[in-house]
Ligand binder design. Structure first.
Ligand code: ADP
Ligand code: MG
Length: 529
C-alpha cells in the first residue's frame, strides 16, 4: 500500500513536471484554455499558491483568451477561476458570463430528445454527451460557491437527461449519449461514463431545489453507486483506450468528494486504491502517460492524475457550494471558538508529547493522524493502555489539530457522555442531542474503562457509537483491551456489536508502558529529597 509519504512525493514530482511544461504564453498542453485550466486546477488543488508565477501566468492566459463556443472551455474556465479564488472584476465577470453561457447552452427543448437537459460540445449541439454534461454541472456547482446560482429549471432539466440516459442500460450504468453510440460503447466506456454521471448527479443532488428532483436524483445516485459497487475497477477503465483512464479516476474522485462524501466503492476505500495505482504508474520524472497516446496528451493525463490524487484539497473546494469553502470555513468557525466548543479538559499538544518516553507508540502514525485525513475518511482511533501513558494527552492533541482544520470536535469522558444521554432521555431531548452529536465531525470518548453500565446506559452509548459508523469519526480511550469490553457493556452480543463498529476502519494505538505521571512524580520526589 502506498504510504502518505509516497503519495506526497508522487504529487510533488507530478507538480514539478507539470510546471516545467508551461508554454511561453502561459498556457499548458496543446488544447489552449482547455488543457491550461486542467493544469492550473491540478496545481492549485495540490497547494501551489495562486500567487505563484506559473499560476498567475496561466490565469492571465485564460483571461486573455476570447471566450469561444465550446462547452469544455467554458466549464473548465469557471472551475479553474473559482479554484484560483481571486476575485478581481475581470475574473468575476468572466465567471459570470461563462456561467450564463452554460445555463443557456443546456438543451432547452423537450422535443429534442438527444439534447434536452444535457450539454454538448457547443451551444447548438444536436446531442448532449455525458462528458460535456459532467463538466457543465461541475462548473455550475463551482459557480454556486460564488453565489452564482443556476435557476432551478437548469437542475430539473439535467435530472431528465440523466434519467433518460439511465434508462438505456437500466442497470445503474451510463453511456456516452442518448443517440446511437454503439460504436463508442463497444469500447467499454461504461465505467468512465458512470463515474462521470456520478459526478454530475452529485452536483445536482447538492443543489437541486425542487423536492421531486431531489428524490429522483437521490435514487439515480443510489443506482449508479450500486452499479459501481459491483463493477468498479481501479487499475484500468475497462475496454477503452487508456486515454480515458485518468479522466475516469478524476471523475470518480469528483463524484466521491462532493458532499455527502463517498468513502467506499465496493469494499474498498477508493482513495487508497487509487493512490496506490497512481503511485505505481507514475514515471520516474513525474509524468503520467499512456501507451496509446501521443506525447502531447501527457499534460492532460498528468493533470487528471494530480486532480484525482488531490482529494483532501478537492474536499475543501467541493464543500464550497454549501458555503464551506476554505476561506469561509476559516471565517465562520475560527479555531479558537472550535476549541472552546470542543470542551477539552486541558490543552495538550503533540509538541509536548515525549515519544522517547513511550517507544511503543507509533510516532509516525500519530503524526499522520494529526493531519486529520482520518476524519474525512470517517475512520476511528482507539487508544488502549494502562493509566498515565498519554491516552488522554494524545486524544486531546489530535482533537486540537482537527479543530485547527475547521472540524467540529467534542470531548467527553464516557461517564459524562452517558450521564448527558440519560438526562436528555428523561427530559425528552434525546433526539435533539443525537442530532447535535451527529453534526460533530470528531467525537472523543475518553476513559471507556472501569464502568459497569446498566442495560439502558449501555444501549444509549451503543446508539451513539453505531450512528457514527462510517459517517463520522470517534476517538475512544480505554484501560481495557477490546477483549475485556464485555465487562463494560455487560452483554457479549452488544459488546461484539460495539467492538465491530469501533474497530472497523480504525487505527489502534497501544500506549502500554511505564506511567509518565508516576515516573515524573518519582523524579520530582527524588529531586526534593
Ligand atoms: P492516560 O490517558 O493514559 O490516563 P494522560 O494522557 O492523562 O494518560 O497522561 C498523564 C499525564 O502525563 C498528563 O499530564 C500527560 O500530559 C502526561 N504524559 C503522559 N505521557 C506523556 C508523554 N509521553 N510525554 C509527555 N507527557 C506525557
Ligand atoms: Mg486519561
Amino acid at each position: 500500500m502506498a504510504t502518505r509519504q509516497q503519495i506526497d512525493k508522487a504529487i510533488k514530482n507530478g507538480v514539478l513536471w507539470l510546471m516545467a511544461q508551461q508554454n511561453a504564453d502561459g498556457s499548458y498542453g496543446k488544447w489552449g484554455v482547455g488543457s491550461t485550466c486542467l493544469a492550473v486546477m491540478a496545481l492549485l488543488y495540490n497547494n501551489v499558491a495562486n500567487q505563484d508565477a506559473a499560476v498567475k501566468q496561466a490565469i492571465a492566459y485564460i483571461l486573455n483568451s476570447a471566450p469561444v463556443d465550446n462547452g469544455y472551455f467554458r466549464s473548465l474556465t469557471v472551475m479553474a477561476l473559482v479554484a484560483n479564488g481571486e476575485k478581481t472584476p475581470d475574473i468575476v465577470s468572466r465567471v459570470q458570463s461563462d456561467t450564463e453561457w452554460l445555463i443557456q447552452a443546456q438543451g432547452h427543448n423537450p422535443d429534442e430528445i438527444l439534447s434536452y437537459g444535457g450539454w454538448g460540445f457547443t451551444s447548438v449541439s444536436e446531442a448532449a454527451d455525458g462528458s460535456s454534461t459532467q463538466y457543465a454541472l461541475l462548473a455550475l456547482y463551482a459557480a454556486a460557491a460564488w453565489g452564482l446560482a443556476a435557476p432551478r429549471e437548469t437542475w430539473s432539466r439535467a435530472v431528465r437527461w440523466y434519467q433518460r440516459n439511465h434508462d438505456i442500460n437500466n442497470d445503474g450504468s451510463y453511456t456516452y449519449g442518448l443517440g446511437d453510440y454503439s460504436w463508442f460503447n463497444r469500447g467499454g466506456i461504461r465505467h468512465s461514463m458512470t463515474a462521470a454521471a456520478l459526478a454530475g448527479l452529485k452536483a445536482i443532488n447538492a443543489l437541486a431545489a425542487d423536492p421531486d428532483d431531489q428524490a429522483q436524483v437521490k435514487s439515480l445516485v443510489g443506482h449508479a453507486l450500486d452499479w459501481l459497487n459491483t463493477n468498479y475497477i481501479i487499475e484500468l477503465s475497462p475496454g477503452i483506450r487508456d486515454s480515458w483512464y485518468y479522466y475516469y479516476l478524476y471523475s470518480m474522485a469528483s463524484g466521491c468528494v462532493i458532499e455527502p462524501h463517498i468513502i467506499f466503492i465496493g469494499t474498498n476505500d477508493w482513495y487508497t486504491d487509487m493512490a496506490d495505482t497512481l503511485v505505481a504508474l507514475q514515471k520516474p520524472d513525474g509524468r503520467w502517460t499512456s501507451e496509446l497516446d501521443k506525447k502531447s496528451t501527457e499534460v492532460v493525463h498528468t493533470s487528471f492524475a494530480l486532480l484525482a490524487l488531490a482529494k483532501a484539497n478537492l474536499h475543501l473546494v467541493a464543500s464550497g457550494a454549501n458555503g464551506r469553502n476554505k476561506s469561509s470555513l476559516a471565517k465562520e468557525r475560527p479555531p479558537k471558538r472550535q476549541i472552546r466548543k470542543a470542551g477539552f479538559p486541558a490543552i495538550k499538544t503533540l509538541d509536548t508529547f515525549d515519544f522517547k518516553h513511550s517507544p511503543r507508540i507509533n510516532r509516525s502514525l500519530v503524526e499522520q493522524l494529526g493531519e486529520g485525513d482520518f476524519i474525512s475518511r470517517k475512520e476511528n482511533i482507539v487508544l488502549i493502555g494502562n493509566p498515565g501513558t498519554g491516552k488522554t494527552h494524545l486524544a486531546i492533541s489530535i482533537g486540537l489539530l482537527a479543530c485547527n482544520r475547521g472540524y467540529r470536535v467534542k470531548f467527553y469522558t464516557a461517564s459524562e457522555l452517558i450521564h448527558k444521554l440519560l438526562v436528555a432521555q428523561e427530559q425528552r431531548r434525546y433526539v435533539k442531542l443525537a442530532q447535535l452529536l451527529g453534526q460533530i465531525d470528531l467525537l472523543i470518548i475518553d476513559e471507556l474503562s472501569y464502568l459497569t453500565l446498566s442495560r439502558p446506559s449501555a444501549e444509549l452509548l451503543f446508539q451513539v457509537i453505531a450512528s457514527r459508523y462510517e459517517r463520522a469519526s470517534l476517538i475512544i480511550t480505554s484501560n481495557l483491551e477490546l477483549s475485556q469490553w464485555a465487562t463494560i457493556f455487560g452483554d457479549p452480543m452488544l459488546t461484539a456489536a460495539v467492538v465491530d463498529r469501533v474497530i472497523h476502519k480504525s487505527h489502534v494505538i497501544d500506549t502500554h508502558g511505564p506511567s509518565y505521571r508516576l515516573k515524573h512524580r518519582l523524579q520530582s520526589d527524588s529531586l526534593a529529597e
